[in-house]
Design a protein around this ligand. Sequence first.
Ligand SMILES: [Zn+2]
Length: 272
Amino acid sequence: MPEGDTIYRTAVTLRAALVNRVVEGAISHDPHVDATRLQQRRVLAVEPRGKHLLVDVGGCTIHSHLGMKGAWRVYAKTHGTSAAPRQAALVLRCRDDEASVTVACFQPKLLELLSPTALRRHAWLSQLGPDLLDSQFDGNLGVGRLQAHGQRAIGEVLLDQSVICGIGNVYKSEMLFLTGIHPFCPVDEVADERLLELLDMTRRYMLRNLEGQPRRTRFRDGPRLWVYERRGERCLRCGERIERATQGSLARSSYWCPGCQPAPGSQCHGTA
Ligand SMILES: [Zn+2]
């Protein structure tokens, strides 16, 4: 499941493959994407923004959101012909003096081309909160942004990309477990320093996962993750059974250990 760390890793790969190369061929199988707009333009930058990826192709930006299943893939040089499968939503063939490369985007939740004005005014992108993986991310500012949603459950607020962007469903459950915070606890009931620790830790684990696959929050023998998708299994710390409930308007799953993350009040109990 692509989260902020996956998008950062994808951005690094695409940057190496595309930046400073000219688009020689662009094909889209999405009728809403006019790939001819990209032809003969030079790729200037690849930028992750939370779970969104922006590829600046000479002033025309490819905006993709990979959702649950999407992926970008890079294909080795194949003597000038595209090796990318036909089912890709977008295929770009680029070259410079030294090499040619083909990249393809598969099954994105969203794929669109944006002019500079459309990019600036984009309803979704313009509402994104600060990116947790941005080198300039300020933890104290992040805590303030969480606290502005004090009545809402922490598990719900962490996924709200307009508050802080980049955190997805796996990190949400895992980091709340590691900091001992129940996902249904209102933000107001979590001390400032614990919120700061939560953000710092999440950032650290996401950065650590930039280097390897598959994603881990547990770096020892046994399961890679502490609680995510482990409902009914024993907690790897205290032996209690892991619980699961859905949260928020999108009904996203949260997993927690009732032993390590005690519910702070009756209003904090989820419906399993
Ligand atoms: Zn436990």
